[in-house]
Design a protein around this ligand. Structure first.
Ligand SMILES: Cc1cc2nc3c(=O)[nH]c(=O)nc-3n(C[C@H](O)[C@H](O)[C@H](O)COP(=O)(O)OP(=O)(O)OC[C@H]3O[C@@H](n4cnc5c(N)ncnc54)[C@H](O)[C@@H]3O)c2cc1C
Length: 167
C-alpha cells in the first residue's frame, strides 16, 4: 500500500458522525478560531507554539500565513525541517450531566499537516500580512516595504486537514 493510502487508512476518524466534511463548516472553524497551534520538529522531540494566523482557502487547499519575529527558535526549526503539524479549536462549551460520566464538552477543531516556507519577497509579505489582519480584525490594512521588513512571514501549505465537532 502506498504511504499516503496507508496513512489515511490508519487515521480514519472513529466517531464518523462528528467529522466535519462540508466546506462551509470548515470555513466556520477557520473564521472563528483566532489562534493556530503549530508543531515543529525539534532534535529533542516536538516544539509546539500558539500563533495568530490568516488563511486562504482555494479548491481543497488551505494556506496559512503567520507573522513572527525575524529571529527565534521556531524560525530556526522551520528552516531545518519545514514539515509541520497544526491544530485549532473553538466553539467550546461544557455539556452538563447528573453524573460525572455524563459530562462532555462541545468543540469544533481542525487538525492537519503542512509544509512551511519563509516568505521572502516584500510584495508577497504585504499580501500575506493584509490577509492575516483581515482574518484577525475583519478590517483592511495596507503595508509598505518598510513595515514588512521588520517581521518574518511564514506560509504553510496544507497537505492534509480533518475537522471534527461535538455539538
Ligand atoms: C494566543 C497567542 C498568540 C500568539 N500569536 C503570535 C503571533 O502571531 N506571532 C508570534 O510571533 N508569536 C505569537 N505568540 C507568541 C508565540 O507563541 C511565541 O512565544 C513566539 O512566537 C516566540 O517563539 P520562538 O520560537 O521564536 O521563541 P524564542 O523567543 O526563540 O524562545 C524559545 C524558548 O521560549 C519558550 N517559549 C516560546 N514561546 C513560548 C510560549 N508561547 N509559551 C511558553 N514558552 C514559550 C520555548 O519553550 C523555548 O524554550 C502568541 C502567543 C499566544 C499565547
Amino acid at each position: 500500500m502506498a504511504r499516503k493510502a496507508r496513512k489515511k487508512a490508519m487515521t480514519q476518524m472513529r466517531r464518523k458522525e462528528r467529522e466535519i466534511k462540508e466546506r462551509e463548516d470548515i470555513l466556520h472553524v477557520l473564521d472563528t478560531c483566532k489562534v493556530i497551534r503549530i508543531a515543529m520538529h525539534d532534535e529533542e522531540g516536538i516544539y509546539i507554539l500558539p500563533l495568530n494566523f490568516g488563511y486562504t482557502y482555494k479548491g481543497d487547499e488551505i494556506v496559512f500565513y503567520l507573522h513572527v519575529a525575524l529571529k527565534g527558535k521556531k524560525l530556526d526549526l522551520l528552516k531545518a525541517n519545514p514539515k509541520v503539524g497544526f491544530e485549532m479549536d473553538c466553539e467550546h462549551g461544557l455539556i452538563e450531566g447528573d453524573d460525572a460520566c455524563e459530562y462532555s464538552y462541545r468543540f469544533a477543531s481542525l487538525v492537519g499537516e503542512g509544509t512551511a516556507q519563509i516568505v521572502e519577497t516584500p510584495r508577497e509579505k504585504m499580501k500575506a500580512l493584509s490577509i492575516l489582519m483581515k482574518c484577525q480584525t475583519g478590517k483592511d490594512f495596507e503595508f509598505n516595504e518598510k513595515k514588512v521588513s521588520s517581521v518574518a512571514v511564514i506560509k504553510i501549505t496544507t497537505e492534509e486537514v480533518t475537522g471534527k465537532q461535538r455539538k
